[in-house]
Write a protein that binds this ligand. Sequence first.
Ligand code: AMP
Ligand code: MG
Length: 199
Amino acid sequence: MLKTHYLKVNPIHPESNLITEGAGVIKKGGLVAFPTETVYGLGADGLDPDAVLKIFQVKGRPQGNPLILHVFSLDQARELVSSWPPAADVLARRFLPGPLTLILPRSRRIPELVTAGLPTVALRYPSNRIALALIEASGVPLAAPSANISGRPSPTLPQHVLADLDGKIDMILDGGPAEVGVESTILSLAEKRPLLLRP
Ligand code: AMP
Ligand code: MG
């Protein structure tokens, strides 16, 4: 049983000392639950296979189910792909930051565990300020599925995260309710034609 540190963070002006604490946990390979505009995510260093493995273990998530990498800028997103098609720029201008995940050909820097061995990676650039601040301060993309035990509803409140994961993860950043309440749209740009994988 871990002690799960619970920090209440201002969702409009996230306190930099609290964000630094969260980023410190990520840098040590720990797990931090944080708000996004869709649902609460369970974040780990997306370039550290040991940290990513903990996400699967804590959630009871099958390793065949790939994770989304969360970035704080389009520049960071470009570093994680082997090609960036013009369509990604068009979509980014219209929808990002926001609840749209793009599937693109992956860079070799990304651990196999993140992509479940696929040649592609799922990238998301969220608009939630706590999420953005945490990703930027961590200095790495965050692998982050929803912060619940697999098979249970996705958490839209920090209390939901506590109910599932208290004592199992290092930290929860409480930023109040997630506004949207459903998972991001997933669109693949890895094929000849764009393919909607999740509405
Ligand atoms: P979630 O379980 O909400 O974190 O959503 C992650 C979902 O993104 C997975 O269940 C997959 O359906 C999808 N996904 C992640 N990576 C990829 C990928 N490389 N190609 C296709 N779908 C992916
Ligand atoms: Mg989920």
